[in-house]
Design a protein around this ligand. Structure first.
Ligand SMILES: Nc1ncnc2c1ncn2[C@@H]1O[C@H](COP(=O)(O)OP(=O)(O)OP(=O)(O)O)[C@@H](O)[C@H]1O
Ligand SMILES: [Mg+2]
Length: 409
């Protein structure tokens, strides 16, 4: 059976009028903490007896917000989403949607997908090529034999939400990639779900359309205001679209925070090396101000690259005398052809240079350590872009607010 038939059956609950009214009432239901989805100690092992699980003791909550599940291929994003949808039965844990327990291994509860009040959309959202837009969106409702006038009302409203009113009679081939993606979204919204679960919905669009569709999707989702879990392995997509990002690594959560905090305050080595373009160098903590103000922000001094001291903020769990890792962001480092008088610098050699259009990447060497430094054409380095400058002495300046400190691993 083709995927979209299966999907339509999963996401097309048979609703009596009374149940529909109930669903509308429930839509405004969150628990006392405002959570719409609660995932507690979720574990899923595909191969029994194997130590590493696809999803390993994962706990998080989603309120009325967009949360991205983000991480490298195979880290467990889709499996987590499928467990929430009821398409996978976990080995342990509990899942609550809208205050109702839908999965609990301990209590022996497993609500089937069609009764979970969810909207689903996967990467392979393939629309029926022989069906017009209206019929693609209406398909699941027809399967469930809803009255014709009700189907019309719901489809009209879903198409209006995704701003495709007037496109009802077109075939998918007569739409752009982004419009097709919006039809697929209308198909998952037509059931008026409590939560929306999206798995890489933009990944089969080409880069330009993808960027445009991402912006449209963002404004659409914030307008609908529905709790959304958005799976992606694209950092920009995760950051742009979501209020909060959950970074997964090998089945576990590495960090659950706002995009800003994840970028500025990575929790560990994995996040520091996975996010953005950072150089990770070893550092020695020279001092930490014990007079910490906020939980994570103790001030202190770290020594890197031999003898270069940087004053910056530290996680309050670290202490003077310890080793640590310092993320030096490639695009936030100053690189000068002559020693500046206004900043403390360390000497380096530019070994090679890659021109990338808007930015230029310089491979620089300090002692035995190689770093990437990206510069913009309006920065001072613009004057030294000739090949003849290679292998000559340059000067690096690393600002305290352009580094993050993570524990040494
Ligand atoms: N049906 C299955 N049977 C066996 N192993 C599976 C199955 N589905 C997933 N896995 C394994 O579970 C792990 C997590 O897979 P999952 O699909 O959740 O990853 P993902 O984070 O979504 O990756 P991607 O970004 O590549 O889609 C992987 O190691 C994968 O090989
Ligand atoms: Mg996946």
């Amino acid at each position: 059976m083709p995927n979209c038939y299966k999907l339509a059956r999963y996401i097309a609950p048979k609703m009596s009028n009374q149940l529909q009214t109930e669903a509308v009432v429930q839509r405004s239901m969150t628990d006392s903490k405002g959570s719409v989805i609660k995932v507690s100690h979720l574990t899923k092992r595909f191969v029994k007896g194997v130590k590493s699980a696809a999803v390993n003791d994962v706990t998080f909550e989603v309120g009325r917000e967009i949360v991205a599940l983000f991480g490298p291929s195979g880290c467990g994003k889709t499996t987590t989403l499928r467990c929430i949808a009821g398409l996978e039965k976990p080995d342990a844990g509990e899942i609550t949607i809208g205050g109702k327990v839908v999965t609990s291994i301990e209590k022996g509860i497993f609500v089937p997908p069609e009764k979970r009040d969810i909207g689903l959309m996967f990467q392979s959202y393939a629309l029926w090529p022989h069906m017009k837009v209206f019929d693609n969106v209406a398909y699941g409702l027809k399967v469930r034999k809803l009255p014709k006038d009700e189907i019309e009302k719901k489809v009209k409203s879903a198409l209006q939400t995704v701003e495709l009113t007037g496109y009802e009679k077109r075939y998918p081939a007569q739409l752009s990639g982004g419009q097709q993606q919006r039809v697929a979204l209308a198909r998952s919204l037509v059931y008026e779900p409590k939560v929306l679960l999206l798995d890489e919905p933009l990944s089969n669009l080409d880069a330009k359309v993808r960027e445009k569709t991402r912006i449209e999707l963002k404004s659409l989702l914030s307008r609908i205001g529905i709790s959304t879990v958005y799976v992606t392995h694209d950092q920009e997509e995760a950051f742009v679209l979501s209020d909060r990002v959950i970074i997964m690594d090998s089945g576990s959560i590495s960090q659950n925070d706002t995009p800003y905090n994840i970028y500025r305050h990575p929790a560990n080595k994995f996040v520091a090396s996975f996010i953005g373009r950072s150089n990770l160098v070893e550092g020695n903590i020279i001092s930490v101000d014990s007079d910490e103000t906020e939980g994570r922000a103790a001030k202190g001094v770290v020594r890197v690259l031999g003898n270069y001291d940087i004053e910056c903020s530290f996680p309050s769990t670290l202490h003077a005398g310890e080793k640590c890792l310092v993320t030096v962001r490639a695009n936030e480092v100053g690189l000068y052809p002559t020693e500046p008088t206004f900043a403390k610098t360390v000497q380096c050699t530019v070994v090679s240079r890659d021109y990338k259009g808007s930015m230029t990447d310089h491979m620089v060497k300090v002692g035995d350590t190689m770093l990437v430094v990206s510069t913009h054409r309006f920065c001072d380095l613009n004057k030294v872009e000739g090949e003849e400058e290679l292998d000559r002495k340059h000067y690096l300046h690393i600002r305290g607010d352009s580094v993050s400190i993570v524990p040494f691993e």
